[in-house]
Design a protein around this ligand. Structure first.
Ligand code: SF4
Ligand code: SF4
Length: 221
């Protein structure tokens, strides 16, 4: 972990512990209101008529513990812990099938991601869920310089489940990596000198400000 990641991690941890206690107290027994006030597009949950079209349209829904329709029903039933610790929101691939088909035009994809992010902020998201882990890795990677570093991201991803497994995956993916280098889609120099975007030093400041605005908005409710 380099220096640029420290302020972001500190902000994230602070928000988790402070936010967790405050939210539980403020919305005790009012989970729907909590979602409405704090989750991106959460106000739409109340519009769901439980027709099940989203669950039936989701290409991965069968593999989830709770497809969107069920998550929305659980929110309305006040099942706070079950919803916020669920790994279902982290399985959404943003294919937008559900949004296109929902007769009530709910922004389902955005709500699912909003719930995942909210659970993460409260420190309730399932720590070992693979797509959550990758999302966190990608966020850390891209916010360092404003541009994804495929080399370091790939290495972290391959070695996520241990050294031996990492070596095996790296060897398996070697032809893909070499082709990416050959076609200039990836540079091995990324390991030592990754080229970030213009104004990369402002990214931490920008994210800190965005977090402050979000915190202020949440305090209003
Ligand atoms: S398709 Fe829309 S209205 Fe129907 S269950 Fe899903 S979110 Fe609710
Ligand atoms: S956007 Fe997410 S929730 Fe909606 S159908 Fe696709 S994977 Fe399922």
């Amino acid at each position: 972990m380099n220096d640029t990641s420290k302020p972001l991690d500190a902000i994230r941890k602070m928000s988790m512990s402070d936010g967790k206690t405050a939210m539980v107290e403020r919305y005790r027994n009012h989970f729907l209101k909590e979602v409405t006030d704090n989750v991106e597009e959460g106000e739409w949950v109340n519009m769901c008529m439980q027709c099940g079209v989203c669950a039936g349209s989701c290409p991965l829904g069968n593999a989830w513990a709770h497809p969107p329709q069920e998550i929305f029903m659980m929110i309305r039933a006040g099942k706070r812990q079950e919803v916020l610790t669920s790994d279902s929101m982290w399985m959404c691939t943003s294919c937008y099938n559900c949004i296109v088909r929902c007769p009530r035009k709910l922004p389902i994809t955005h709500i699912m991601h909003g719930l995942a992010r909210y659970a993460e902020r409260l420190g309730l998201a399932p720590k070992n869920q693979p797509t959550r882990k990758f999302a966190m890795m990608f966020w850390d990677n891209i916010t360092k310089t404003g541009r994804a570093n495929e080399v370091t991201l790939g290495i972290r991803l391959y070695f996520m489940h241990g050294f031996i497994k990492g070596i095996k995956t790296a060897l398996k993916m070697l032809p893909v990596g070499l082709n990416m280098i050959k076609t200039k889609r990836m540079s091995p120099l990324g390991l030592v000198a990754h080229q970030g975007c213009k104004g990369k030093n402002d990214i931490t400041k920008l994210l800190k400000k965005a977090r402050e605005i979000e915190e202020a908005r949440m305090k209003k409710h």
